[in-house]
Write a protein that binds this ligand. Sequence first.
Ligand SMILES: NC(=O)c1ccc[n+]([C@@H]2O[C@H](COP(=O)([O-])OP(=O)(O)OC[C@H]3O[C@@H](n4cnc5c(N)ncnc54)[C@H](OP(=O)(O)O)[C@@H]3O)[C@@H](O)[C@H]2O)c1
Length: 249
Amino acid sequence: MKTVFITGCSSGFGLEIAKFFLDKGWRVVATMRTPREDILPRSENLKVLALDVKDPDSIRQALRDAGPIDVLVNNAGIGWMNPLEGTPIETVRDIFETNTFGAMAIMRAALPQFRERKSGVIVNVSSSTTMKPLPLLCVYTASKAAINAFTESVALELEPFNVRVRIVLPGRSPETSFSATARSRVQGQGDIPEAYSSYVAALFAARGQQQDADVTRPADVVEAVWRAATDPSAPMRIPAGADALALAT
Ligand SMILES: NC(=O)c1ccc[n+]([C@@H]2O[C@H](COP(=O)([O-])OP(=O)(O)OC[C@H]3O[C@@H](n4cnc5c(N)ncnc54)[C@H](OP(=O)(O)O)[C@@H]3O)[C@@H](O)[C@H]2O)c1
């Protein structure tokens, strides 16, 4: 029986990925900043562990308590939608600490067991925002574009050890709490700067008129992560969701 270790399982994609792998008969280590057993089905194959990707001790502890794993899914992430001028440098650092350095730190901690066993898969959840420049997302996109470049490079040095690394690129998914959480974080940190308010209002008005047919469902992301984890012929970059697929073609 294979074991998957997933970050950010308290909600959204991470929670759905955990449920799906359990359904498929995998052992699942579902990690969260604040562990909650009740949001996942009861199962002897489930381990819920505390993990804050910004905390090295917590990474060490979670991987120790998890036991051997076969697949690591770096899903935890935070959003941010504000011009650069409205983004304090501490916030830039915080976004990179979570979205970029957090994933790298967990990979560093998990790699020795993969390398020694000459087997393992790492799936890094990025974003379709890296496929097309968008205003207000410059910092968030930078944190995910760094993950793309990093993943493609580290994949080469892990090939000799039979460790596979893939990137899943979800499109915009209104079904998760991601945007709402990002919005309240922006509001809590001074909101959009006044000088940009009319530009941002026009941007949102234009966006509101666009058709919203093409969005990403959590199930699209689950499917892409499953493919990355189980299909060695899967491409390096796997777009997830109709909007991400449209950008990729
Ligand atoms: N939804 C979208 O439109 C979209 C589009 C493209 C890519 N993505 C990416 O998909 C991933 C999942 O997003 P989602 O839509 O499922 O959003 P979500 O529901 O907000 O889930 C984000 C998860 O990350 C966790 N997290 C945040 N900071 C963490 C930390 N320091 N340590 C450990 N966990 C942490 C959150 O835990 P807490 O409950 O503790 O905060 C939560 O479980 C993210 O990497 C995001 O960038 C999302």
